[in-house]
Structures are given as structure tokens and as C-alpha cells.
Design a protein around this ligand. Structure first.
Ligand SMILES: Nc1ncnc2c1ncn2[C@@H]1O[C@H](COP(=O)(O)OP(=O)(O)OP(=O)(O)O)[C@@H](O)[C@H]1O
Length: 116
């Protein structure tokens, strides 16, 4: 196994993470994740509840990164307006929304019984 090549791919992945943080939507997800984590810290969650919160946060952030990658590939593929380009971007954005809705449901199920 080529360790240097392996390490280089980590650097590229890290660069991808940094690039993704420049997106406005990603910043919204990161700020939301921080707020939820702080709320979880003060509310007091079980290990299983933390696992659910962490998985939800990672899924939304991961989906947003894939959405951003798809947006860039579509923009690279065509500068013209095309129904397929629209569908690709909208479906990718819709996938993020699915994960985000799921995360909100998880958050409500975990936090509401503790607060009310
Ligand atoms: N090449 C294209 N052909 C047809 N529709 C497009 C094309 N590019 C973008 N759109 C549509 O225009 C709208 C806005 O697209 P845009 O690329 O600005 O994405 P966005 O959701 O504003 O994301 P971001 O601001 O992160 O780039 C979306 O509905 C998208 O599907």
C-alpha cells in the first residue's frame, strides 16, 4: 500500500471539507449543528440520543456536500439552461431536504419530551 498516496487523498478530502464550508447552506447546517450540540449538552442526552443526533448531523452535512459537488459538475457540464440540469440540481437539493426533515424529526423526538 502506498502510504503517501493514501495520506494525499486525506489532504484532498480535507480540502473538500474546507471548500464546502464556504457555501452559505453549509454554514447554516454547521451553525444549526453547533446550536443542537450545545442544547444537547445542557439538556443532558443519553449515549443513544447523542448517537442519533451525531448521525443526523453527519447525514445532513454529508448530503449537502454531495449536493454541492453535483451542482459544480452540472455547472461544468453546461452553461445553458437545460431541464436535465435543473432536475439534477433540484433532486440533489431535495435529497438534502429529506435528510434535514428527518433530522428535525429526530431532534423533536429527543428534545421535546425533555423540555415539555
Ligand atoms: N443549467 C441549468 N439549467 C436549468 N436550470 C438550472 C440550471 N442551473 C440551475 N438551474 C436551476 O435554477 C435554480 C437555482 O440554481 P442554482 O444553481 O443557483 O442553485 P442554488 O440552489 O441557488 O444553489 P447555490 O446558490 O448553492 O449555487 C434551481 O432551481 C436550479 O435547478
Amino acid at each position: 500500500m502506498d502510504i503517501r498516496k493514501f495520506m494525499r487523498s486525506f489532504v484532498y478530502a480535507f480540502q473538500g471539507m474546507i471548500a464546502a464550508t464556504k457555501e452559505q447552506n453549509m454554514r447554516f447546517h454547521l451553525i444549526s449543528a453547533c446550536i443542537v450540540s450545545i442544547a444537547g449538552f445542557f439538556t443532558g442526552l443519553t449515549t443513544m440520543e447523542w448517537i442519533a443526533i451525531v448521525v443526523a448531523i453527519m447525514l445532513v452535512i454529508g448530503a449537502e456536500m454531495i449536493n454541492s459537488a453535483i451542482e459544480r459538475v452540472v455547472d461544468l457540464a453546461t452553461a445553458e439552461l437545460h431541464p436535465l440540469a435543473k432536475a439534477a440540481k433540484d433532486i440533489a437539493a431535495g435529497a438534502v431536504l429529506v435528510f434535514a426533515i428527518g433530522s428535525v424529526i429526530i431532534g423533536v423526538l429527543i428534545f421535546f419530551p425533555k423540555w415539555f
